[in-house]
Every structure is written in C-alpha cells, then in structure tokens.
Design a protein around this ligand. Structure first.
Ligand code: UD1
Length: 366
C-alpha cells in the first residue's frame, strides 16, 4: 500500500510523527512524505523534523508565503502532478492549515482517497481561515479520524456518513507523551522558577494593532509579578516590526520561535499559559497547566469543558482576573479527555488495516 502524507506548517509535524512511525512498523506499506513548504524557516520546520525523528521530506513543494489564495493555489498546482504520477492508494492530511485543504482538494478531484487526521473540530467561526479549511477538508475526505466525540457530533450534523468517521484520540498527545522524558532532561537553566508562557499568532489577535498593543501592555503589567516568556511567531514578529510595536518599555522576554522540545520543557514548568494556539490548549489540558485562551471561541471545546482551558476572549480585565486567580492558587482543575493516551496513531493504523482502500477508490469513482 502506497501512502502519501502531506504536511506544511508547524503544528502538522507533531501530528504526522506518531502516524508515520506507527505505519513504519507495518509490513507492505510504502510511505512518501510531502512537505508543501508553507513553513520554511529552520526554526518553524527543519528543527521539528530533527527533534521528532522524522526523515527529511521526500518531496518539498516550496510554496512559501503568500496570500491564502496564492498559497492554496500553489500547493494545488504543484501537488496535482505528483498525485497523478505516483497514484497513491491513500493520502493523509493533518489539521486545518492551508496545506491540508489544498492537498485534499487535489486528491478529491483525482479520485484518490483522503484520510483527515484531526477531523471534525469546529469553532463555528467562519472568519477563521482554519475553520474554512476544516469544513471543506472534512466534506471531501473518505476517512475522518477525530480526537474527541464532539468531532463525531459535528460531522454527523454536517451529513458525513458515520462509517467514514473514526474516534481515535489525539495524535498531538501521542507526540507529547513520547517526548516528555526528553523534554524533562532539557534543563531549563535560564528559565525563572515561575513564569507565564505566551504565544500569539492568530490574525484576530496580531493583525489588529490596537488590540495587540493593549495585550502587550497587559502582559507587561503581568510581568511585574510574574516573568513573561514569549516565543514570537514570524507573523507576530512582522506585525510588531511593521507597527513599530517593539514592546519597548515592556518587561517581556521576547524570543524566536522555539524547537518542539525546548518549548515543551518551558510548557511543562509554566505557572500559566496565555495563548491563541489550538494545539497548546490541548497540551496544557493534558499536562494540567492553567491555560488562558485569548479567543472568543475554540474548536477544541473539550479543553474548556474537561480541561484547564479558559476562554478569556478579547477582554483585558478577564485576562487580568484569571492571572490573579492563578497567582493566588485558585486555578481551574481539569481532567484528561478519553483516548488522549498516547495511542491514537496505533488506532489510526488499525482502522487503515481494516479498510479496503480499493473499496474507497471504488466509492470515489461512482
Ligand atoms: C499557519 C496556519 C495556522 C497554524 C499556524 C501555526 C493556515 C491558514 N494557518 O498560520 O492554522 O496555527 O500556521 O504556525 O494555514 N512565515 C515566516 N516563516 C515561516 C512561516 C511563515 O516568516 O517559516 C511568515 C510568512 O511570511 C507569513 C506569516 O509568517 O507572512 C504567516 O505564515 P502563514 O503560513 O501564512 O500562516 P501562519 O500564520 O503561520
């Protein structure tokens, strides 16, 4: 069986790693790794491949940056001849980035079966580019692997046939579980004993300069009581530079994006995490670390319902209140959601082993 994996952006790599490894242990599977090049900086891409033990991609489409239309169109036009030539039996796509939807579209048009890892998540906010990517990818995928049962409910509501949907758990947590011992070995010698860890990169937070400035000012206030460590995403760095928001006068420790293990080492020891990332909401829930999500909604509601996540929205007083609670020892307790146990990739492989890909192809051709 010839399986192609398509990844492109930083959060895809942690999801790919356990699936790639689990499939490597199966007989009769040939894997091809396609990197779209959506993320291309060493510290946004290559270092993740190194730390996660992934081989270098077999193919790099080198699409780089651009508007959503440009990026998506470039991936489609560069991936199509590869699929036409290689004729994979199955293409696996991950998460919700532009690379995910672009690759799924190519396959759907060429009648090649697609499996979507991390299917069914919904924020119900179609101003988010990722939500569009999720909805479209799920509609045209043949196998949908969900991390939590809310994903199954969302897909049922959208008319996706139940037999395509498999609740397997969270592959991002597979990687976390695998890498935790190595992260623990990384002595965070430079890190203070208590600190807030911050990541922000969503357009809703960083493209609005007035809001971004308010957030930076609040983080600076927080840093009077609790050091603030802030690895800055390239998108955020561009906004800070172009708006001359160099956090001047702020006591924030701004740093370049961190490799996976280094970030994990900081995450495991953080007093509180302030973020707009999707994956970090899940990782903090697993680790039991208080997480304040600077968004009005989340496609991962289970992290707020069961886990340590709190949606603070675009509200400075809410952020301040929740940080104060954490500082006074009143942080929210949480539980780990079912099937977030480090074995999601094995469940995906089991489903693939039981799926007759020829049957999927026949379904496509009808
Ligand atoms: C993308 C994903 C988002 C994911 C995030 C994680 C989409 C729509 N968004 O957002 O879901 O949470 O990745 O990082 O696919 N840039 C660099 N170096 C890089 C990569 C990007 O400088 O290695 C710059 C680009 O020039 C671009 C900006 O960062 O202007 C944003 O990159 P882009 O790939 O468009 O989306 P992200 O904001 O990273």
């Amino acid at each position: 069986m010839n399986i192609h994996h398509v990844v492109g952006a930083r959060p895809n790599f942690m999801k790919l790693a356990p699936v790639y490894r689990a499939l490597s242990e199966c007989d009769g599977i040939r894997q091809t790794l396609v990197h779209t090049g959506q993320h291309y900086d060493f510290n946004m891409s290559d270092v993740f491949f190194q730390q996660l033990g992934l081989p270098a991609p077999d193919i790099n489409l080198q699409v780089g940056s651009g508007s959503h239309a440009q990026q998506t169109a470039q991936i489609i036009s560069r991936f199509e001849p590869i699929v036409a030539d290689h004729k994979p039996d199955l293409v696996l796509v991950y998460g919700d980035v532009n690379s995910t939807v672009a690759a799924a579209l190519v396959c759907a048009k060429l009648h090649v079966p697609v499996g979507h890892v991390e299917a069914g998540l919904r924020s119900f906010d179609r101003t988010m580019p990722e939500e569009i990517n999720r909805v479209v990818t799920d509609q045209i995928s043949d196998l949908l692997f969900t991390p939590s049962s809310d994903g199954n409910d969302n897909l049922a509501r959208e008319g996706v046939a139940a037999e395509k949907v498999h609740l397997v758990g969270n592959v991002m947590i597979d990687t976390l579980v695998e890498m935790l011992p190595r992260a623990a070995e990384l002595a965070a010698t430079n890190a203070p004993s208590r600190y807030a860890l911050v990541t922000l990169h969503r357009p809703s937070n960083v493209d609005d300069v007035v809001w971004l400035e308010q957030v930076l000012r609040e983080l600076s206030e927080i840093s009077a009581e609790l050091p603030v460590l802030f690895p800055v995403h390239p998108r955020t760095r561009q906004r800070l530079n172009s708006a001359a928001l160099n956090a001047r006068g702020c006591r924030l420790h701004l740093m370049d994006p961190l490799p996976y293990l280094d970030f994990l080492a900081l995450l495991t020891r953080a007093t509180v995490v302030i973020t707009d990332s999707g994956g970090i909401q899940e990782e903090t829930t697993f680790l039991g670390i208080p997480c304040l999500t600077v968004r009005e909604n989340t496609e991962r509601p289970i992290t707020a319902e069961m886990g340590t996540n709190i949606l603070v929205g675009r509200s400075i007083p809410h952020i301040r209140r929740e940080v104060q609670k954490v500082l006074s020892g009143e942080s929210k307790a949480g539980k780990i959601p079912p099937l977030w146990d480090g074995h999601a990739a094995e469940r995906i492989v089991k489903v693939l082993a039981g799926t007759r890909v020829m049957a999927l192809q026949a379904g496509r051709a009808q």
